[in-house]
Design a protein around this ligand. Sequence first.
Ligand SMILES: [Cu+2]
Length: 138
Amino acid sequence: MTNTKSFFMTAVLLAMTITATSVSIMTASTDVPFAFAESESRLVTITDNATNLECEEQDICLTESGIIIGKGQTVTWQNNDYVTHSIKSGSHQNGSDRFFSSPRIMSGDSFSQIFSHEGLYNYYCPSHPWINGAILVQ
Ligand SMILES: [Cu+2]
């Protein structure tokens, strides 16, 4: 696990704590619904550095290796690399957890997945396991 990913996991735990606090405050003090500023779809680009395994150390295999989204939002992986990649939920260490699995994403193509349930979803490219990230759905 890279320092960046450790940082992300810490940030995730912090975000969960803050969200839990904010929700209870908002429920008590206002009827403004909890809203996410982001659009319904988030883009994660597989960069043209992705086949170089050193990209993981610099956290530049993906434009964002850790993102936080709301329930019902979609994540789209855009392959801007010159080789084919695929995205599978789970981890290289533990294998697929079968939540989602893309077909081969050719160079220039993309794959989208909707997240309907809260949770922390790790994902990786089986052919290039150093390409990996996480999505927190809250
Ligand atoms: Cu790959």
